[in-house]
Design a protein around this ligand. Sequence first.
Ligand code: NAD
Length: 248
Amino acid sequence: MKALEGKTALITGSARGIGFEIATLFAAEGASVAVADLSEEASKAAAADIAAKTGAKTLGLGLDVSKEADCERAVEEAVKAFGKLDVLVNNAGITKDNLVLRMKEADFDAVMSVNLKGAFLMSKAAAKLMLKARTGRIINISSVVGQSGQAGQANYSASKAGLIGLTKSLAREFAPRQVLVNAVAPGFIRTRMTEGLKEEAKTKVYEMIPLGRMGEPAEVAKAALFLAGDGSAYVTGQVLAVNGGLYM
Ligand SMILES: NC(=O)c1ccc[n+]([C@@H]2O[C@H](COP(=O)([O-])OP(=O)(O)OC[C@H]3O[C@@H](n4cnc5c(N)ncnc54)[C@H](O)[C@@H]3O)[C@@H](O)[C@H]2O)c1
């Protein structure tokens, strides 16, 4: 049997990158999947692509995770289409990097608003159903820099560290209803977010990673699959690092 047979999942920021890989793997493992991203058109295209590849039921939704009404509507639409919501993956994220003295207040707020507040709003919308159903999984995509800190990324690393605090608090709050909440903390993964790095910077990064290479989005997706499936039934409030050993 497939790992997520009969399950339904909503993944934010899944029109491309890591989110798209998670949505594709979940669909291949039997889940009905809602692709939710800023552009409705891109979400629908990604959803159609995943359905064609896997045969799964999919749905494409436009939403801005920093807006509460969008989050509530996305959860409602997923439930209308699939009948329930078993798994939420808070993957949508942005960067607005700069050294602190050059970082504008608006850049700090924008990153916190999408990366941290977005996960809070989506979790709140999904938890209403999950707590009632007495089952559910919430998976937050944090980052290695939320654990280690990173020069030039004060806003981003604070948002990702915040996600770890959110994960642990939600895990404690929702555990009595069997709703499990965990985080994945990827290291340097090959996506549009990291492809802008200069070759010199990439070489420096590889030298710091014990496994000597960047990770692939599919490798992060496999960690999310573990946290969504039966194999992790006794795991909550944890941070699963997928970073090639970069931070231990
Ligand atoms: N790539 C890496 O090396 C890396 C490392 C650690 C953590 N992460 C995290 O993994 C997640 C996915 O990153 P990625 O590398 O695939 O990036 P990406 O930029 O390729 O994808 C992010 C997606 O989020 C969407 N998005 C942005 N703002 C949104 C909003 N307000 N509402 C809804 N969707 C929104 C984007 O449209 C995009 O499709 C992010 O949370 C990122 O911080 C990435």
